[in-house]
Structure formats: structure tokens, C-alpha cells
Design a protein around this ligand. Structure first.
Ligand code: PRP
Ligand code: URA
Length: 208
């Protein structure tokens, strides 16, 4: 699949297995979400653009690099919130823009309830953070919002994806790379990823 990256890293595979385990408690679950998000971001940002700057060490001046693109982190509420800290630690100058969507339990369609983007796009690269790409409806709606807002470069960073979600996101936005820790088999009748990890929001926040 073009533009779809499932991490080959052993640390990611190890942490994903702990995350799936139904006996993992919310504190450990949040820690794993944070760590996996950081590892995936490391892989997903290998093409960020740099420009050269001079840097003075205690001994000499040499050529260094600095990030030239302004980065926006876009967690989809609620479950995406848990991914922010791990990613933000890697790029503390990023801005964080929240988008609130929940899936209607019957239609599985995303319902928007919160969006506090400024009127003009103030970042040039957006990393969408959401652990689960199930039907793909929430991700497609979020990319729609970001593109309407004027962002040219968008990447999706998730933890688990179902084939249906990948197909949906690629059909609507083939330019958006998808970075995940794993790709599962399918969705159940309620739109949950199988074998999955359950409800990522409930498991982080101790609800449900
Ligand atoms: C989950 C998840 C995604 C969405 C994925 O959110 O965090 O946003 O479902 O499903 P989709 O690909 O079929 O759209 P949920 O609606 O459960 O809300 P929550 O994060 O507030 O629990
Ligand atoms: N949202 C979740 O939290 N889990 C799934 O498996 C699908 C959507």
C-alpha cells in the first residue's frame, strides 16, 4: 500500500502488545500511548525540511540545522489527547490545535462538537493524532477541516488501523501518509477494530 507505514520497530511491536492486553490498567495504557506516539513520530517526520544556521559550541562555530516548517499537532478528542505529550516533547515549538469528533454509535459517522482553529492556517505541516483508524470517518473529516483551513501538508499518526479505514482515508486523501504501529484484520459489527485494543478513549480515561 502506497503511503501507508506500519512501524517495523521492535520497541513499537513490544509496546503495542502491552497496549492490547486487556489487563493493562489506564495509567500504564496512557504511558504506552505516549511512548508509541513518540516512536511513530520519529519515523513519520524523517522528511521535515531543515535550513542551515550557524551554531557556536564552547570551542568553535559550525554549521547546524533548524526546522524550517511550522508544525501543528492536531489531536482528535478525546483519544488523541493521550498522544500529544509524547509528540510535543520531541518538538516543543509545535502548536496544538484540538478537534472534537465522536462517532455516532448507530451510524458510525463522525459528529463534530469542537473546533477552535484560528481563522487562518498558521502552520504548514499538521500531524493528526488519533490512536484508532477504524472506518476512517473521523480521519477523513479532520483532513477535510484542515485542508479547508489551508494546510498543505497533512500526515496521520495513529496506533492501530483497520483495512477499511486505510482504504477510506486513501480514497478521499491519497496525499496523506498514514503512520501506524499495526494494521489489524477487520472491524466488528460495532465498528471496533479486531483484534484491536478496545475503546482507546475509555481505556485511557477509565470510562466505559
Ligand atoms: C474513536 C477514535 C477515533 C474514532 C475512530 O473515537 O479515537 O476518533 O473512534 O473511528 P472511525 O475511524 O470509525 O471514525 P470515539 O468516537 O470513540 O470518541 P472518543 O475518542 O471521545 O472516545
Ligand atoms: N474507536 C476505538 O476506540 N476503538 C476501535 O476499535 C474503533 C474505534
Amino acid at each position: 500500500m502506497d503511503n501507508v507505514f506500519s512501524s517495523p520497530h521492535p520497541l513499537v511491536a513490544h509496546k503495542l502488545t502491552l497496549l492490547r492486553d486487556k489487563n493493562t490498567d489506564p495509567k500504564k495504557f496512557r504511558e504506552l500511548v505516549r511512548e508509541i506516539a513518540a516512536l511513530l513520530t520519529y519515523e513519520a517526520t524523517s522528511d521535515l525540511v531543515l535550513y542551515h544556521i550557524d551554531v557556536t559550541t564552547p570551542l568553535a562555530t559550525t554549521r547546524g540545522n533548524t526546522l524550517s516548517e511550522k508544525i501543528g499537532l492536531v489531536p482528535i478528542l478525546r483519544a488523541g489527547l493521550g498522544m500529544v505529550e509524547g509528540v510535543w516533547n520531541l518538538m516543543p515549538s509545535a502548536e496544538v490545535w484540538h478537534i472534537g469528533l465522536y462517532r455516532d454509535e448507530n451510524t458510525l459517522k463522525p459528529v463534530a462538537y469542537y473546533n477552535k482553529l484560528p481563522t487562518e492556517a498558521s502552520v504548514s505541516v499538521c500531524l493528526i493524532l488519533d490512536p484508532m483508524l477504524a472506518t476512517g470517518g473521523s480521519a477523513v473529516a479532520t483532513v477535510d477541516i484542515l485542508k479547508r483551513w489551508g494546510v498543505r501538508k497533512v500526515k496521520f499518526i495513529g496506533i492501530l488501523a483497520a483495512p477499511q479505514g486505510i482504504e477510506n482515508l486513501q480514497a478521499h486523501h491519497p496525499d496523506v501518509p498514514i503512520h501506524v504501529a499495526g494494521i489489524d484484520e477487520t472491524l466488528n459489527q460495532r465498528g471496533y477494530i479486531l483484534p484491536g485494543l478496545g475503546d482507546a478513549g475509555d481505556r485511557q480515561f477509565g470510562t466505559g
